[in-house]
Design a protein around this ligand. Sequence first.
Ligand SMILES: *Cc1c(COP(=O)(O)O)cnc(C)c1O
Length: 386
Amino acid sequence: MTQRFIPFALPDIGEEEVSAVSDTLRSLWVTTGPKTREFEHKFVEFLGGGLEAISVNSATAGLHLALEACGIVSGDEVIIPTLTFTATAEVIRYLGANPVFVDCDPQTLNIDIDQVEAKITPKTKAVIPVHFAGLACDMPKLLSIAKQHNLRVIEDAAHTLPSTFNNVMIGQHDSDAIVYSFYATKTITTGEGGMVVTKNPEIAKRCRVMRLHGISRDAFDRYTSTKPAWYYEVVAPGFKYNLTDIASTLGLCQLAKAHRFHQRRAQMAEKYQKALKDLPVQLPPVVADPQTDIHSWHLFVINILPEAKVSRDEFIAKMSEKGIGTSVHFIPLHIQPYWKSEYNLKETDFPHATKYYSTAVSLPLYTKMSDDNQDYVIATIHQILS
Ligand SMILES: *Cc1c(COP(=O)(O)O)cnc(C)c1O
């Protein structure tokens, strides 16, 4: 019998994407151009309007731009959760500022908002919440603390699209900037790519300038009538973070399918929840109120309980023997050698994230996975755990 192979994640790319990207290639406009502008426009529409969108070549680049535009400089402190990908932290170091790590709330796995307040010092300039797995943080609560202490808020929304909190789409809360990822495993993909959205025109302007070598389009526009077409002005040592039209074409196709993708993800998450509820596992946290909140279900994370006859590591190995890919999100940053030693972090200071990590495993959940393959994953988990 041939063994099945079910990878942990796959992008959902159809003939529409192949054909649209081919058209863009044939147009010979391959770098940032009309497709990118259209993608930014459609992205704002998707989030409900009233925003500016600045496309970038990764969420990491977007987080860097957003922090820079918020005026974060060397010596500043930026509060982040320990339960995130290293990109959330590294961008703070790009600017010479220092991340301050906070444990997760064991109920939601999002940053513990009460602890955010406890970690604020005179050097604290910003906070970056991460909507873990696609379950939105309590943004009104976090924003009210940030306002009291005059902190900037940049949301790491890499797992959202779409997620809502209290009926408000992530992207529409009053943060300074919200940053999305279109990495291959995310809910929509452009191969590599990301988007910064903001309601603040100053932040939007600075991100646009710094996205492309610090070349000011304003200076450009102001002079276009009198200066020749080849003329431009550099106003800062910017970066090279622009998104290509090839990627944006892919993004346009994916965005048009995003609601359908989400419906399928939600359906698969519900199926896992029903099928696994009697096993020795902790199921992932869900939204507080399904009437007002949407979980994107970017990830479906379970924890193997102590009464199970296998450890998390054994579980992952047994799944792999059966041809099923899994992953772990995330190895908390306070355990990673660089962050741990550089900031003298101790596991005992992050008890919830440490405990969560020791038993966590992410199950495959993506729109390309067939019902039959999900049934096989479920049956295999039952075999291993019961
Ligand atoms: C994927 C991810 C990022 C980085 O996204 P890129 O587009 O790959 O730069 C940042 N933060 C979180 C929480 C992520 O999961």
